[in-house]
Design a protein around this ligand. Structure first.
Ligand code: ADP
Ligand code: ZN
Ligand code: ZN
Length: 803
């Protein structure tokens, strides 16, 4: 008897355990851990993951597996272990962890097919070849219940066949038409001679295929030989050539060529930094390295040379970069060095495109993945290095279940594969820098910028002074003078506005009433193009108002998005300046981001104005001025990391100026010029910032001195939400040690969302061995209310969002 332990796709506490199913005889050799199956559950049929197989069970009435979704495991042994670990460390359901590791296309509706792999056709088992006949694709349904299944599975394992999930709508495999000669060169030449004298084009095509074939993409062939489809059709009719469909990957960079680059001779600093990494690669040792070096100090070059060493060993590499800095420039650097060995994974790809990249990894067609957070789950089996660039970025933390941090996953995988994990940053997170100081991570330092380019001088402008001097504009006199100067010299400027705290809203000028969402405690956002007001939390929207709902006044003021406002004011003050605005509105279309940047790079504008999205990775030679319009917009958010985030952002933005021949300058406008995060960012002084901030964290008991967990309770009734949070706090007080600090209950910073009231409590602790089980008990206790949909309890261990 063969029994499969299956995790079913119902994310609830009661179903968060393996259920046993009988493996029908016909699939006995087929079913393995890591495959997805359909199983009967109650009265339903559900998807599930086989996580284990065994020969016995205590379950009495064993139901059989209904059908198979995979013939080969989609999760390997390592990823199954990782899933278990995610469940334990983030308190998520096992099913959420398993699903998080697969591309979204595999969760969508799809048809499964088995494809022949042309190059391997000679190796294919006779019976399988007979079964395919002259087909190259058979549908899964056709083979599911035949005796051929075990054989097919072996062929898949050997790489002779492939399983393809044909995702409906946009996820379809993309094919291109090719043509191919049907006979040998000699026969073709004979045939050419027999063609009539008028068939010039046909002869030309055959000649071309003899030289460049035997097969060739149709479209290109037509272009190269300057012929029409009718010539092709005649040749097909004469059976001299055939047309066929060949799969092409939806490669978003397909139409681009990348100039090949070679490794640069490393500087002494770089050599010192790379040596221990190379030693780790050589010996197969796991260590975590923190590579601390300012922007432009040559970190990326070090990454690439370390990856080179890994690929030479025949192993694989993962490079994580924040979504926002996964710019075309970044992709170009890796594609330029590693060519077709690279897969790129980012959120700009469609479901199908992501799935294609994932398949390239699974088929071992690529050895390197460059991608955002979820690329950490790339199904490589022989990892040689994992690199996380800009390791301090909070986007590495996933804000939904499983609430994992990519850094922790990287370290899990690094340990498993015994390979180095490299964290790089100019402004490391306090947690990581503290670990490096304690020797938990190994610190590598790149002190200087390449070419010894000094970091640009930074002026801090006190906007209160401007106001006192009668300047009500959003540009200080200094910044305005400098902008004008650049314009005259034909140099470029970048203006940066932090989006947060600047979202557009609607206010009555008579009574000060701000239009709020009726379901959430948050003001509605004004969308100028559509003339609508929208809630960014629950999706509520309404038409714009022309009369104040509170006092009936008609003096309603629409505050456009920050960037729109700045653009308008620029138009008044510097009408001759050509401005490119980059924000969510102007970059929502696919490819818009890249197009705008290219235009700026080509000098089609004088000023690039934007939000966070322009803070990173940009590298334009003619930019000599960077202006930060309001440095303190996020300083007072209810978040203990607000000073750290402000420092990181200002440092990053300042790094954009003067990276090349022309010297750069930075102007930071602020209402709090004395704040240490602003002062020290202006001095490019990370280490002093680190010391100051550590003192504050210590004093207030925040990470890295304490661990933090945030519990958020939401309920349609405010009194219920308070009462439950209160009970949880009392329970925690009894269960945890006296060292743990429990804060709350308090209303969340966004106290109501989607008509649900939100309360929270925060736990600070150093060592609580029973913490996980205590938290699980809390959730178990409220299971019924949670299942009824009234109550939600969100537990975030190590939160990055405090709202
Ligand atoms: P970071 O990743 O720290 O910002 P980069 O690796 O991008 O730094 O390096 C900054 C610039 O210096 C790049 O243009 C890069 O090509 C160049 N560079 C890096 N290493 C070297 C080297 N060893 N010799 C010459 N130029 C280098
Ligand atoms: Zn009013
Ligand atoms: Zn709302």
């Amino acid at each position: 008897m063969k029994v499969a332990s299956v995790i079913v796709d119902i994310p609830t506490r009661q179903t968060d355990r393996p259920f046993d199913y009988l493996v029908p005889d016909e699939w006995e050799d087929v079913v393995q851990a890591g495959m997805r199956v359909i199983v009967p559950f109650g009265t339903r049929l559900l998807q599930g993951f086989v996580i284990d197989t065994k020969s016995d069970t205590e379950v009495e009435k064993l139901k059989p597996i209904h059908s198979l979704l995979d013939v080969a495991p989609v999760l390997n042994e390592e990823l199954l272990q990782l899933g278990k670990w995610l469940t334990e460390t983030t308190l998520c359901f096992m099913i959420s962890a398993l699903q998080a590791m697969l591309p979204a296309a595999m969760k969508a509706k799809y048809e499964k097919e088995i494809h022949l792999i042309q190059e391997r056709i000679d190796h294919l088992h006779e019976d399988v070849r007979l079964f395919f006949g002259d087909r190259t694709v058979v549908s899964w349904r056709e083979i599911e219940h035949t005796s051929l299944l075990p054989l097919l599975q072996k062929e898949i394992a050997k790489g002779h066949l492939e399983v393809v999930y044909r995702v409906e709508e946009k996820g379809k495999k993309k094919t291109a038409k090719w043509v191919e000669l049907t006979s040998t060169a000699e026969q073709t030449m004979e045939a050419m001679n027999r063609l009539s004298a008028q068939a010039v084009k046909q002869k030309e095509i055959l000649q071309f295929l003899l030289e460049n074939g035997p097969s060739f993409p149709l479209k290109q062939l037509l272009e190269e030989t300057n012929s029409s489809l009718s010539a092709i059709k005649s040749l097909v009719q004469k059976k001299l050539i055939v047309e066929k469909e060949i799969e092409v990957y939806r490669d978003p960079f397909a139409d681009r060529t990348f100039a090949k680059t070679s490794p640069l001779p490393l500087t002494e600093d770089q050599q010192r930094a790379i040596a221990p990494i190379l030693a780790g690669i050589e010996k197969g040792e796991h260590d975590v390295f923190l590579m601390y070096g300012v922007t432009g100090s040559g970190k990326t070059e070090v990454y690439m040379q370390a990856i080179d060493a890994v690929l030479k060993q025949g192993k694989e590499a993962i490079v994580l970069v924040p979504e926002i800095s996964l710019t075309p420039q970044m992709v170009k650097r890796f594609k330029g060095r590693f060519g077709s060995k690279v897969a790129v994974l980012h959120s700009g790809l469609s479901l199908g495109e992501k799935y294609d990249e994932w398949r390239k990894i699974q088929r071992k067609e690529v050895q390197l993945v460059v991608g955002a957070r979820s690329a950490i789950f790339a199904p490589f089996e022989n990892l040689g290095i994992i690199i996380i660039d800009e390791e301090h970025e909070t986007s590495y933390k996933q804000e939904e279940n499983p609430r994992y941090h990519a850094r922790d996953v990287a370290i899990f995988r690094g340990r498993y594969h015994r390979c180095p994990v490299v964290l790089g940053s100019a402004t490391p997170s306090l947690e990581s820098f503290a670990r490096a100081k304690k020797g938990v991570y190994k610190q590598l330092t790149l002190k200087k910028r390449m070419n010894d380019k000094a970091l640009p001088p930074v002026d801090i402008v006190d906007m209160r002074e401007e106001l006192r001097a009668g300047n009500r504009s959003m540009f200080s006199r200094l910044l305005f003078e400098k902008l004008k100067d650049r314009l005259e010299k034909g140099e470029q400027s970048v203006l940066f506005l932090n989006r947060r705290g600047y979202s557009s809203f609607v206010m009555c000028r008579d009574c000060g009433h701000v239009i709020q969402c009726p379901h959430c405690d948050i003001s509605l956002t004004y969308h100028r193009v559509q003339q609508r007001l929208k809630c960014h939390y629950c999706g509520y929207e309404q038409a714009v108002l022309h009369r104040c709902p509170s006092c009936e006044s008609e003096h309603i003021r629409f505050f456009g998005t920050g960037t729109q406002k700045v653009e308008e004011e620029l138009g008044k003050l510097l009408p001759e300046a050509r401005v490119i605005r980059m924000d969510v509105d102007t970059t929502s279309r696919k490819g818009a981001h890249e197009r705008l940047l290219n235009e700026f790079g080509e000098g089609k504008a004088d000023i690039l104005l934007g939000t966070q999205m322009i803070a990173k990775g940009l590298d334009f030679p003619k930019v000599t001025l960077v202006g930060v319009l309001a440095a303190d917009t996020m300083l007072y958010l209810p978040d203990f990391r607000s000073a750290e985030k402000t420092f990181q952002l200002l440092t990053q933005v300042s790094g954009r100026a003067g990276r090349h021949q022309l010297p750069g300058e930075v102007v930071i406008q602020t209402y709090t010029p004395d704040h240490y995060s602003i002062e020290l960012a202006a001095k490019h002084d990370y280490e002093t910032f680190y010391e100051r901030e550590m003192l504050i964290r210590k004093k207030h008991g925040y990470p890295p001195f304490y661990y933090l967990t945030l519990i958020t309770v939401s309920h349609p009734e405010a009194t219920k939400a308070v009462a439950i949070t209160d009970k949880i706090v009392h329970y925690l007080q009894k269960q945890l040690s006296s060292q743990a600090i429990i804060l709350g209950p308090v209303a969340s910073p966004i106290a109501r969302m989607n008509d649900r009231y939100r309360y929270q409590c925060m736990i600070k602790y150093k060592r609580e061995p029973n913490f996980s089980s205590v938290l699980r008990k809390i959730v178990d206790h409220y299971q019924q209310e949670i299942n009824r949909g009234e109550l939600t309890i969100t537990i975030d261990l190590n939160p990055y969002m405090m709202m």
